[in-house]
Design a protein around this ligand. Sequence first.
Ligand code: MEV
Length: 431
Amino acid sequence: MTTETTTPRNSRLENLRNLEPAGRLDVLAAAVGMSDEDRVTLTGADVLPMPLANGMIENVIGKFELPLAVASNFTINDKDYLIPMVVEEPSVVAAASYMAKIARGCGGFRTSADRPVMRAQIQVVGLADPSGARHRLLGAEAELREMCNARDEVLVSLGGGCIGIEVHVFETSAVGPMAVLHILVDVRDAMGANAVNSMAETIAPRVAEIAGGHTRLRILSNLADHRLARAHVTLTPEALTTKTMDGNDVIDGMIEAYALAQIDPYRAATHNKGVMNGVDPVVVATGNDWRAIEAGAHAWAARSGQYTSLTTWERGANGSLTGTIEMPMALGLVGGATKTHPAAQAALRVLGVSTAQELAQVTVAVGLAQNMAALRALATEGIQKGHMALHARNIAILAGATGAEVEAVAKAIATQGHVSVQAAKEVLAKL
Ligand code: MEV
């Protein structure tokens, strides 16, 4: 099942941030033609009934809530998207929406995605002739592929299924040589873990027989390097000009910041954390497996042997700045929490994607936008000013502010530059 393709959206929702949550939901509902049922679901009011929660994992004792927001202004391949994001960190959604607004003025994001191919590994140990085993396994590709596909006729009927194998040979210090057979499986709109794990377990005995060893692990790889999604954006200096800095200087600063992430793992880890600030909230909002996405992202970033940036930033011949991102994106529209969690289903309808590949492209575009926000802030005023201004609302609430006091206290402590609970309490007492 995929989500319905919906009428085109306009992702420019004026004044959204100045509304109360219920008012924002009204605006969003009108923009995407939301059903009454989805409206209720997205408010979070007992959206995950206890029997459902109890069926999802073990030893359930309750439910844990996080804010659900919508990022506006995104144009991706000339289509507007309103993007549901679940995240606890202030400034993430605001930054994504603001960068999307800048990008929109420059033509928006362009994206592409590979065919949704996942890998599973079957480890074969106890081999006398690992290279010979490799050749015998490669020779049996058609037979192994057919065995995999017989295991999942539904997937094959949808145009997916096993499309090939690879065999990798390793010499290990602990147990000697081993061969590892990979099956490459087009999993269509699924994340694909169950499909590929079942196939791997099905063919393992035959793999052992052909190789002449014993099989041990039979499990997917989260390094989904055949399932990459890409996005790029090109920004003019004018679009990046700030109150205090010329756009050309901003571009220089952003490229210098990127250059450090390219060569230094200490910086690359933080740079990529900023990318994942955009990616993970979409993954969570759509009920997908964020640990799988995180594992794939960082393994991909380290694929050359040196951990590096997931994005690139460079100046084009006409002086514009081009940012790119390419990373594994194993996301599904069917199965798991995507299917069972009512809010994930409603979030997918807000997003209006019709395939897992489209979801992957939107998600990496948000990751690129988030990285752009961080580099732009770091290259200009630093991140603390904007971050603390948004964080001030949290602090105001912690200090006991309610209703209209929250904004008033937040504004006062942000302006003073003392964003602390003590400062908020003092402002509140004066109010
Ligand atoms: C904070 O959550 C993310 C940043 O540290 C990312 C970065 O430094 O690029 C701002």
